[in-house]
Every structure is written in C-alpha cells, then in structure tokens.
Design a protein around this ligand. Structure first.
Ligand code: PLP
Length: 380
C-alpha cells in the first residue's frame, strides 16, 4: 500500500465514507511515466479505456500515452469530453450504425472487426483510416484469457477485405490490429508480437499498404494478483520490441490493466467475524457488487488489514474467508487467507482495484449504497 493510501485509510476521512475506492494519482503518474520511459523510442502507447475510464484516471494517464483506445460509442463520447484533444482509436465487436458514424467523425483510427463491418463503413462514403483486426490461431496456452472466437477476422476472412477496400478508396488501409490474449509476461508478449508482425508484414504488402504501415500489437500485459510487486517487465519488452520495428513502420500497443490496476484500492471495514462449520469468515461492508474482480477472475484479491477494531469478535492466526454483504456464496473477496488478527471494526484495503473493478461490477444488486471515490493527488 502506498503511504498516501495508508494515511487516508487510517485517518478520519475514512471513518464516515467506507466502503470507498481510493485512487493514488501520484503513484499512477509515476507508474505511467515509468512505462513511457521504458518504451522511449519504442511503440506508441494507447491506454485501453475499458480497464478504467474514470475521468481522473484518464487525465493522470494522458500525458504519458499517445492516445486512448475506446470500444464503444459510450466510451468514445466520455473520453472525448474528458480529454478533448486526445487521439482516439475505436475498436470492439458489434459496432452499430451510430457508432460507425461517430467513429468516422471522431476517431483517428477505426479497428475493423469483420468484412461486413468494413462494407458498412465503406457505405458511409467518408474518409476514414482503418486497421483490420486479425485473429491468429497461434498457441495461447498459459494465458489468462485468449481472445479467440468472434474477435477480428481469421486470415481467410480478412482476404475478403481487399476487394471491399479496392472499391472504396475513401477507406484508407493503414495497417493491422491484433489483440490476441491477456495475461502475457514480457517474453510471451514478445513472442506474440513477433508472430503478429510475421503475419502482418507480407499481408500488408500484398494489400498495397506499404507507405508507413502500422501494426497495433494489442494489450494484455500480465499483472500478478498474487504478488502486486511483481510487475510486467516494460524495460525488456520496450527495448526488444523497438528492435523488431522496421524503418518507416509504426508499432503500437494498447494496454489497460497493467497501466491502471496498481493505482486503486477498495477500502472497507469488517462488520462481523464468525465461525461456521470450522471455517472462519469476516463479513465486510460492500462486496463484489462494487469490486467484481475476484469473482470474475476467481482469485484472492490481495489486501492489507489496518487494525482499528474494538471489543467485537475477532480471529487470530487462522485462515479466514473475507466476504461481502451480498446474499450469495459467490460474494467472496479472498478465501482461506491466514491473518495474524482480524476484528470487527478493522479497516481492510484491497489492492489492485484500479482496473476492471468498479466499472465491471453489478452495482444495483441488493440496493446497497454506492462506495465513495477519493483521489489522492499529493506525493505518494
Ligand atoms: C481489453 C482490450 C485491451 C486491453 O487489455 P488489457 O488486458 O487491459 O491490457 C486492448 N485491446 C483490446 C482490443 C481489448 O479488447
């Protein structure tokens, strides 16, 4: 936990306003600046808004990235108003007519998901710069999530695009986009980047895209929820991927999770401690309707206990399962974690809550109050 978050969570501000998401914007800036420095001279960076589109997060990240990747009309409108000047790339499956029209107006690049989508884009008869999203069949063993199935086009389907492009010169092919998996460490990401380039270069040649071709290598840089201090090796990835680029070629990446996840904490308080059938439980205020991450990823959300408890029930030197207020056995933050002491009234701060946390959760289930949101903007 950063000092700033520890001070906040242990101080009077926390008393009346738990559960709360607490963002350390100083720590976020420092982390993003580190990524930027590691990639100096390397690929362009777009931040994937879907990881956490909070306006304050976007503003903190913006100086260290080349633009924002959005995946819906809603994200596009939101990011456009939060960061009026930023470069936007619009991707995502299942774009509506309204979204395509918006993308053509507002996005610097549109990532095309299918031949039919390209046809609909061409029918707008408006200048637009596109990357075609390819879905390669390579071996994705060991990744957290393989983006196989409906995303992008396989190498057969993408062939159909050449004819559509030939009939619609206002649709300018600028390159290839690929987001194939998430949860890759630097070595795996480098292998995957090489795989994408090996496919993309001859295909772009064949398609006549030879003037400053672009390859977007996607996001999916690994984060380790079992060890928040073990971070993606940006320095290795940055220097090696930079050496892969050919003259005149623009490489680009679009990470989300690995950028913002470390900047957020979900801070709450223990309401009850009890034993059932030999198993200790701590019931916390809030739950997975605020931070669905541990339920979706089926992991233990890392946490720190700030002792503040009084005379209520407690547990010591035993494995305890931390649950929320929802009436479902799936409302679990962390399972069977050994704690030295945990008491009613203690504050618990869950780390790695800065991405795919609040914004992927089912907020209205059981009609509990919404959490507070706090942005710490001093030194971390
Ligand atoms: C979700 C997504 C990303 C970001 O993935 P992370 O795992 O958050 O880095 C990037 N590109 C596309 C197309 C995505 O769908």
């Amino acid at each position: 936990m950063t000092d700033a978050v520890r001070r906040w969570a242990g101080g009077p501000a926390a008393n009346d306003d738990l559960p709360a998401f607490v963002y350390d914007l100083g720590a976020l800036r420092e982390h993003a600046a580190g990524i930027r420095a590691a990639l100096a001279g390397g690929p362009e960076i777009l931040y994937a808004a879907k990881a956490n589109p909070d306006a304050r997060i976007l503003a903190a990240v913006a100086p260290y990235v080349d633009g924002i990747e959005v995946a819906s009309g809603g994200e596009l409108a939101h990011v456009r108003s939060a960061l009026p000047q930023t470069r936007l790339a619009f991707g995502g499956p299942g774009k509506t007519d309204a979204e395509l029209a918006l993308a053509v107006r507002e996005a610097e690049r549109v990532h095309v998901e299918s031949p039919y989508e390209l046809t609909r884009l061409a029918d707008l008869r408006t200048d637009v710069d596109v990357l075609l999203r390819v879905n390669l069949a390579g071996d994705r063993r060991g990744v957290a999530l393989a983006m196989s199935g409906p995303f992008g086009m396989d190498p057969d389907a993408i062939e159909e695009c050449r004819e559509i492009l030939a009939r619609a010169p206002w649709v300018r092919l600028r390159g290839v986009h690929a987001h194939l998996a998430s949860g890759l460490d630097a070595d795996a990401m480098l292998r995957q980047s090489a795989e994408i380039l090996q496919w993309a270069r001859p295909w772009l040649d064949k398609a006549g895209c030879t003037d400053a071709p672009e390859v977007n290598l996607g996001g999916g840089m690994a984060v380790d929820y079992s060890d928040p201090s073990r971070r993606f090796d940006w320095a290795t990835y940055g220097s090696e991927v930079a050496s892969m680029a050919q003259p005149g070629e623009t490489l680009r990446i679009e990470p989300g999770r690995a950028v913002s996840v470390y900047a957020g904490w979900y801070v709450t308080r223990v309401l009850d401690v009890k034993k059932a059938h030999g198993q200790w439980y701590a019931v916390l205020q809030g739950g997975t309707h605020h931070i669905r991450t541990p339920a979706t990823k089926n992991h233990d959300q890392p946490f720190t206990v700030l002792p503040q408890g009084g005379n209520g029930p407690s547990v010591g030197e035993a494995p305890v399962t931390l649950v929320g207020q929802l009436c479902t056995p799936k409302d679990v933050f962390a399972r069977d974690i050994r704690v030295s002491h945990l008491a009613v009234g203690d504050v618990v701060a869950f780390a790695m809550a800065g991405a795919y946390a609040w914004n992927i959760s089912h907020h209205d289930f059981l009609m509990h109050p919404k959490p507070g949101f706090h942005y710490l903007d001093g030194p971390s």
